[in-house]
Write a new protein. Structure first.
Length: 385
């Protein structure tokens, strides 16, 4: 055990010392609270497109719906909201993940209020028409990102094989409007999830290596998949052993990636922008505790959640926090040129292509959607099988 512990400490030390962060980039921050008729709650933005239109998800009563919030003024503080469900059925939960500059939205939805249910991805155009995405042969399909060329990425879950870890069910996918392709990180006993894609076809994703006998995580890596190559510019995320964690939220058409470091103290924790092989720190206003980052547009704006302390609990003496959404806008405008990432690690890719149009699933066959929390909960249920 002493040997194992020394190796872990060595890896953590290398991770924190080996990742160079350049100077901070200046940003302006706008507090964003989205209010929806019928709810007194403040809702947090999930994504933002180049026109400043926000996407979020709400739950009122027993129904989860997606919300489009269009700014009504120049300050992006007031919004006109509209809700939608990908099926229109009263019991079908909907969760949206990404909105493009053309106003197209991707996400996932369910076909039943409780289990057993099935999850489908969806694409919604600006006129409100939906296309449902069901990877051939899969139990569940979760769509996460879309680019301006109408390509969609996400991950799917194959049927469970008795006696085999449920984590083998999970695979990344690309849908190009006609064909489904499986995209898996080429490592044994590893599952892959894809989260976003830019116009150049670069895909942001993560992979988990695991022990098939116990489902224990053995490695957690983030990558950019770029036309057959996996770009591994990012430190390993070591949260599974209590070490420093890294989370990559989105990639835009310039190749910029916004991310979050956590779980290792003030010298490591914080939000960053990755561009052209360099990591830049992003400093938030004093008193803001950044709890989440989400989508980013091609202007470099990104959205997320922060907390501010508003008091002390009189019974327990612990801080009381109030949560808000935000838009972060870069104030330093520079021309990054063509999207550029570090040298690719040459890894062979296992792809399985399925030819044909998206299945025209009947309304009654629609399924439960993916949002971040649902995805994590669903993953937990898969691990336990």
């Amino acid at each position: 055990m002493k040997t194992i512990r020394s190796i872990v400490i060595g890896v953590i030390t290398w991770l924190m010392a080996g990742t160079a962060f350049a100077e901070s980039l200046p940003y302006e921050f706008t507090k964003i609270d989205i209010f929806v008729p019928g709810s007194s709650a403040r809702w947090i933005p999930e994504d933002i497109n180049d026109q400043g239109v926000l996407l979020t998800n709400i739950r009122i009563g027993n129904l989860a719906e997606a919300v489009i919030a269009k700014p009504t003024g120049h300050e992006n503080k007031k919004f006109k909201t509209s809700t939608f469900s990908c099926t229109g059925l009263a019991f079908a939960d909907t969760s949206a993940s990404s909105i493009t500059e053309k106003g197209q939205i991707v996400g996932s939805c369910t076909d039943a209020p409780s289990g057993p249910s099935r999850t489908s991805g969806f694409v919604r155009d600006r006129n409100g028409h939906h296309v449902l995405l069901d990877f051939p042969g899969a139990d569940h399909t979760l769509a996460s990102g879309m680019n301006s060329r109408d390509q969609v990425v996400g991950h799917y879950y194959n049927p469970l094989i008795p006696g085999q870890s449920g984590l083998f069910r999970i695979h990344g996918f690309l849908w190009d409007g006609d064909k489904y392709s499986t995209i898996d990180f080429p490592r044994e006993n590893t599952y892959t999830m894809l989260w976003s894609i830019n116009r150049s076809g670069q895909m942001l994703g993560e992979s988990y290596a695991f022990n098939p006998a116990t489902n224990e995580t053995l490695a957690h890596n983030w990558f950019v998949y770029d036309h057959g190559n996996f770009i591994m510019d990012f430190p390993e995320s070591l949260e599974y052993i209590g070490g420093p964690a890294i989370y990559l939220a989105d990639i835009n058409d310039k190749g910029q990636i916004v991310g979050l470091r956590s779980n290792a103290g003030p010298d490591w924790n914080g939000v960053f922008l990755y561009e052209g092989g360099t990591f830049y720190d992003i400093e938030f206003p004093a008193g803001w505790l950044v709890t989440d980052i989400r989508g980013m547009n091609n202007k470099g704006q990104f959205v997320g959640t922060y907390a501010v302390q508003v008091g002390i609990d009189p019974l327990y003496g612990s801080p009381i926090y109030e949560y808000h959404g935000y838009i972060a806008t870069p104030t330093l405008h520079k021309s990054p040129g063509e999207p550029r990432l570090g040298p690719a690690i040459s890894l062979s890719l296992s792809e399985s292509n399925y030819i044909g149009s998206a299945p025209s699933t009947a309304i009654s066959n629609l399924i439960r959607t993916k949002d971040y929390n649902f995805g994590k909960q669903f993953l937990k249920s898969v691990r336990e099988k």
